[in-house]
Design a protein. Structure first.
Length: 216
């Protein structure tokens, strides 16, 4: 009887150790999954992060341009864009992206031309964007993101003067907005927050397939 009790006790101990090992392993897997979910995503891993990185890069490039060739309004413009960059970083953190990641130039950020660009005439045959006629497609191949600026719907550009009207269509949901260029930026066409909200897809900060037309 004593021997049977000893064997029974050993079996119980073995089962308890095995159960503890399984529980411990499960806890380890869950902890690993939780940590992975909390890891910030890069622009290459998330469309949301890509759009925010592009917006940050465009604003940084604009600041660099203003510092390289300053004018009477450069200090005010730079201060405004620094505030915008700070807000974009807040959005990056809230969206689970790498804070401060920058992708300068909307075309460089995606690495691929938009389908709107592939269907258009070669860039060498197209007139400069600023000289385009009313109703003509411009900024061929550009994706569209937000400048981060507040205010009524508007756009900023490095190719069109203030007062120019642009129609931006998101070909992924067929939503359009017509806005006036009100400020200078580091890209052909950037939408401010209000304008971007009118054409964006939920949860996205980048329009990959954009049709941009000069309409006035």
């Amino acid at each position: 009887m004593s021997r049977r009790r000893t064997l029974g006790t050993k079996k119980k101990i073995a089962l308890l150790v095995s159960a503890a090992a399984v529980a411990g392993g499960g806890a380890f897997v869950m902890a690993g999954t939780s940590n992975a979910a909390q890891s910030p995503q890069t622009a290459a891993e998330s469309t949301v992060c890509q759009g925010l990185a592009t917006a940050l890069g465009n604003n940084q490039r604009f600041i660099e341009g203003q510092r390289a060739t300053p004018d009477a309004q450069s200090a005010a413009r730079i201060a405004n864009r620094e505030e915008v960059i700070a807000q974009i970083k807040v959005q990056q953190k809230a969206s689970g992206c790498v804070v401060g990641e920058s992708a300068q130039g909307s075309q460089a950020a995606t690495g691929q031309p938009s389908q709107a660009a592939s269907a258009s005439a070669p860039a060498s045959q197209a007139p400069p964007a600023g000289n385009a006629a009313s109703g003509q497609q411009v900024c061929n191949g550009s994706t569209v993101t937000l400048s981060g600026e507040a205010g009524a719907p508007a756009a900023s550009s490095n190719q069109f003067p203030a007062g120019t009207k642009l129609k931006v269509t998101n070909l992924d949901n067929n939503k359009s907005t017509t806005v006036e260029v009100t400020s200078v930026s580091g890209s052909c066409a950037l939408l401010n927050n209000a304008a971007f909200e009118q054409v964006r897809e939920p949860g996205k900060f980048l329009i990959r397939r954009a049709l941009i037309e000069k309409v006035g």
